[in-house]
Ligand binder design. Structure first.
Ligand SMILES: Cc1cc2nc3c(=O)[nH]c(=O)nc-3n(C[C@H](O)[C@H](O)[C@H](O)COP(=O)(O)OP(=O)(O)OC[C@H]3O[C@@H](n4cnc5c(N)ncnc54)[C@H](O)[C@@H]3O)c2cc1C
Length: 487
């Protein structure tokens, strides 16, 4: 029998911590979860996925109302947006979901939830505001926070982040967004649609750096059509705030080119994340860390064998579903002493701009980096009847297939990409053949048919080649074309 107070201690009550706690109690482990803020739920619920997706939907509805004439409907004169009312709606949605994450619910499940600041005393014990608590194993799930890029003067300005934007009451007439990654782009488009004039400043040569250029270009074109200005390969060097106005000095990527000053009422910093490790006293437990996070092996173990790190704090893929996946692995390994390992190659993700961009497996960039041979197959949304009916024709599905015909990866840009990608998540995880997807009857009219069509193209090339046609003609005495248009 262990001399520790608990079988499992969890620090952080967000996506990873809550999954770990709910799972651990099901195995009968005496579990304590420590959360430093006043509420459970973490970034995803309070400052991330939930408020951003609610804001995106709200802004999407407002944008759609401006497109009534495209659908043969009368034009509507829309009054300007009251941001306070919008953010109240966002808060209501958070509050509803918060009910699932109450300490009472977790107590009912069997896990003790305590609020306060924990810091390690040694590799089994933490100090929680003066009280010592020990556990046989610990899971660190403290998440991440917005990182501040090295821009002179920025720290002295009242810049916004994802932690403050959802409590704004007045829509800024203009907004600079520092960062052209998923968080920056989602919020930039939403704020733009609500009525702010938005300028995005991105250091990399393209927005959404890890995605293929052709995919990012489709989104960039859409954002530009909506009136958003985008500066790529651009460095922000200096920020100032005077007379309720931000001035952001920008230059080229090298930092040595000509400078220009952008002015706006608000500045949103969405330029990367940093792990929440301050105050944990990881040194006291002997846990190694870097500025990117707490490194783990695939079984989610840190360098200390009974301390695990899950979710954003370990610096792997910063998504809620990944945090939950990692927590499931860590808790079974910690409690059942298994050696389950994470496999990130089969995990997908989505950026919830309009059009959405969802991805799993290899794209061209990742395949080239690894020297993997591939062929690309595409199907356009414009060829899909449902997309035509709904006025969502911008987008495509793009498959990467090995020379031997094996699925390597899939990217979808277009309406509902985050839902459509799951056919490919299952295909990759279950080793399902492309011929199975091509043969499976997809319901008409759905956008999902793009998946069947793109898989079908791979076989159509072989089945309907001139060679096959000539053989069929010979064997079955077929007469060939009945009609041809004049050239
Ligand atoms: C704007 C935005 C939009 C996003 N949208 C999506 C999306 O659509 N889909 C998606 O999959 N992901 C999205 N993400 C990412 C997602 O929010 C994170 O990947 C996820 O929250 C990580 O979960 P976590 O458990 O690691 O951290 P969190 O959920 O942040 O939980 C960490 C918890 O630890 C607590 N904590 C920190 N330090 C301590 C300490 N010392 N002691 C005790 N407690 C501590 C924190 O208060 C927090 O409650 C988004 C992120 C942002 C910022």
């Amino acid at each position: 029998m262990s001399k520790n107070d608990y079988d499992l201690g969890i620090i952080g009550g967000g996506a990873a911590g809550l999954t770990a706690a709910a799972g651990a109690v099901q195995f009968g482990a005496k579990t304590i979860l420590i959360e430093k803020s006043a509420k459970l739920g973490g970034d995803c619920l309070h400052y991330g996925c939930v408020p951003s997706k609610t804001l995106i939907r709200t802004a999407g509805v407002y944008a759609l109302l401006k497109r009534t004439t495209e659908f043969g409907l009368p034009q509507i004169q829309l009054p300007p947006v009251d941001l306070e009312a919008v953010m109240n709606h966002v808060k209501n949605v958070i509050d509803k979901i918060q009910q699932h994450d109450s300490p009472e619910r977790f107590c009912n499940l069997g896990a003790q939830v305590v609020f306060g600041n924990a810091s390690f005393i040694d590799d089994h014990s933490v100090n929680l505001d003066g009280q010592n608590l020990s556990a046989r194993s610990w899971i660190i799930a403290t998440g991440s926070s917005p990182a501040l890029p090295p821009v002179e003067g920025l720290v002295n300005t009242p810049y916004l982040t994802n932690e403050t934007i959802f409590s704004q009451k007045k829509l800024p007439a203009n907004l600079i967004v520092l960062g052209g990654g998923p968080i920056g782009l989602e919020l930039a488009q939403a704020m733009g649609r609500l009525g702010s004039r938005v300028t995005i400043v991105e250091f990399m040569d393209q927005i959404l750096g890890p995605e293929d250029q052709d995919i990012a270009d489709i989104l960039q074109e859409q954002l530009k059509e909506e009136g958003i200005t985008i500066h790529t390969a651009t460095k922000a060097v200096k920020a100032q705030y005077d007379d309720s106005l931000f001035s952001l000095t920008i230059t080229d990527k090298s930092g040595k080119g000509q400078t220009r000053v952008l002015k706006a009422e608000a500045l949103l910093v969405a330029a990367g994340r940093k792990p929440n490790i301050d105050g944990l006293k990881l040194e006291a437990a002997g846990v190694k860390f870097t500025p990117r996070g707490i490194p783990t092996d695939p079984s989610m173990k840190t360098n200390i064998k009974h301390i695990y790190a899950c979710g954003d704090v370990n610096g792997q893929l910063p998504f809620t579903h990944v945090a939950g996946y990692e927590a499931g692995i860590a808790l079974t390994n910690a409690i059942l002493r298994l050696r389950r390992k994470a496999d990130y190659a089969k995990i997908g993700w989505c950026t919830y701009t309009d059009p959405e961009i969802a991805s799993i497996g290899y794209n061209e960039k990742r395949a080239k980096e690894k020297g993997i041979k591939y062929r690309v197959w595409e199907e356009q949304y414009a060829e899909n009847d449902r997309a035509q009916a709904e006025g969502t024709t911008k987008g495509k599905i793009k498959l990467l297939v090995s020379p031997a015909g094996k699925l390597l990866g899939c990217q979808i840009i277009g309406a509902h990409a985050g839902d459509l990608i799951h056919e490919w998540v299952i295909a990759l995880n279950g080793g399902i053949k492309l011929s199975t997807i091509a043969a499976a009857v997809h319901i008409y009219p759905t956008i999902s048919e793009v998946s069947k069509r793109v898989a079908g193209k791979i076989f159509a090339e072989k089945i309907f080649s001139d060679r096959t046609k000539n053989i069929l003609k010979f064997v079955f005495s077929l007469k060939g074309r009945a009609c041809s248009l004049p050239k």
